[in-house]
Design a protein around this ligand. Structure first.
Ligand code: FAD
Length: 364
């Protein structure tokens, strides 16, 4: 990965007393393609754009593959490693399914291999301008404003930053979390897990295995049938054995200091509670997409785009990865979103009149 640095002082303004080695190159703030989001899709888009001869810069508000970094610490993917590969870099793992740590290492290695121009901890706030001359403003972690220009934009901003809210009283209490990381802090406490899909089932099991007293509340009639095939019988058996208490067809009405109020088919219950994990899904930052001019479909909030090229209603601005599915976030994941880079690169080649999608730059 080539580090790109911002410097407020051009080299000639550096006082003679400072060693010349402190002088930094001005930032490479203009590019053919600017990719917003260094998730697996954003990386794949930059790689494919580079392969066909374009200069690509990636900005991310967090670390490299920020969403994967924020997964539960000991998470194991449901996908086998070859289906997470980007840029034709092989991904091999110790066991059949990759762990989070293996995936983080893999994507770091890919970024290094392709010497991607990635600027981390830069949060894109505005995109203005037009096809061929977009202006992008980001803020870095010190609050400084960083300006970029790009001929084309790719938005690959994912969905994991914004949790679906329950909109119930008490949701803003400090004991309520929308992300699950580790079980240890919850040993010997009363924990409520809300949800019935993978995240909720895995968190409930992990918490129970590490000594928490776990109650699961799900509005559906049973654990969701998309739950990983090795997790579903596990959670169902723990519930059958009474080791994890579960309320189905139920909803949490209120979260108090030391209790939660749950509406169940057999009445309203008040349960002792120390912590709540509301694992009810996440959604893309639709306001950000709209602010960039992207139109969203009325029901599922899918960005209006050409399915063959992924160019949106804003000429020169592409959408990629899970955001293409709007609110249907389980339709696109790494396995299929990783191919978006090739579609976009092919269109870039055609529109910018340079490169050949089938011939990498170093082969020409
Ligand atoms: C617990 C869990 C397990 C999963 N397991 C699997 C699995 O086994 N297999 C699979 O294929 N998928 C899995 N998924 C889904 C997968 O993580 C997502 O589909 C995938 O991360 C989407 O990739 P993406 O590049 O589109 O978005 P992301 O990976 O979410 O990347 C988006 C990036 O954009 C950045 N960003 C957002 N807004 C801005 C902004 N304004 N400025 C700058 N940067 C910004 C974010 O920081 C982030 O790094 C799992 C998801 C979860 C939550």
């Amino acid at each position: 990965m080539t580090p790109l640095t911002h410097s407020s002082s051009p080299i000639e303004q550096i006082p003679e007393t400072l060693p010349r080695t402190l002088a930094k190159e001005p930032p490479e703030a203009s590019s053919d393609v600017l990719v917003v989001g260094a998730g697996p899709t954003g990386l794949a888009c930059a790689i494919e754009a580079q392969k066909v001869g374009f200069k690509a810069i990636i900005l991310d508000k967090g670390c490299l593959v920020n969403s994967l970094y924020r997964y539960p610490t000991n998470m194991v993917f449901f996908t086998t490693p070859e289906l997470l590969e980007i840029g034709d870099v092989p991904f091999t793992t110790a066991l059949a399914k990759p762990t989070r740590l293996e995936a983080l290492e893999y994507y770091r290695r890919v970024a290094e291999h392709y010497q991607l121009h990635i600027r981390l901890y830069e949060w894109v706030k505005t995109i203005t301008g037009e096809d061929g001359d977009f202006r992008v403003t980001a803020t870095n972690r010190h609050g400084a404003i960083c300006d970029y220009r790009a001929r084309k934009i790719v938005l690959a901003t994912g969905y994991y930053d914004l949790a679906n809210q329950l909109d119930i009283p008490g949701e803003d209490r400090e004991k309520v979390f929308h992300y699950y990381r580790e079980p240890h802090p919850y040993f010997d406490t009363d924990v409520l897990v809300i949800g019935g899909k993978n995240s909720a089932a895995e968190a409930a099991l992990d918490l129970w295995r590490h000594g928490a007293r776990v109650t699961l509340v799900h509005r559906g009639a049973q654990i969701h049938n998309h739950v990983k095939y090795w997790v579903r019988p596990d959670i169902e058996n723990r519930i059958k054995a009474g080791e994890i208490t579960a309320y189905f067809n139920s909803t949490v009405q209120e979260i108090g200091d030391d209790c939660v109020v749950v509406r169940t088919p057999s009445g309203v219950l008040r349960l002792q509670n120390d912590f709540v994990f509301a694992l009810t899904g996440y959604h893309p930052d639709f306001d950000f997409l709209r602010s960039a001019g992207i139109e969203l479909s009325s029901e599922q909030l899918r960005p209006v785009c050409d399915p063959e090229t992924l160019e949106s209603n804003v000429p020169g601005m592409y959408v990629a990865g899970v955001i293409v599915a709007g609110s249907r976030t389980s339709e696109i994941f790494i396995e299929n979103g990783r191919f978006h880079g090739k579609l976009i690169a092919a269109d870039l080649s055609q529109k910018l009149g340079r490169g050949n999608p089938n011939v990498p730059l170093d082969a020409t």
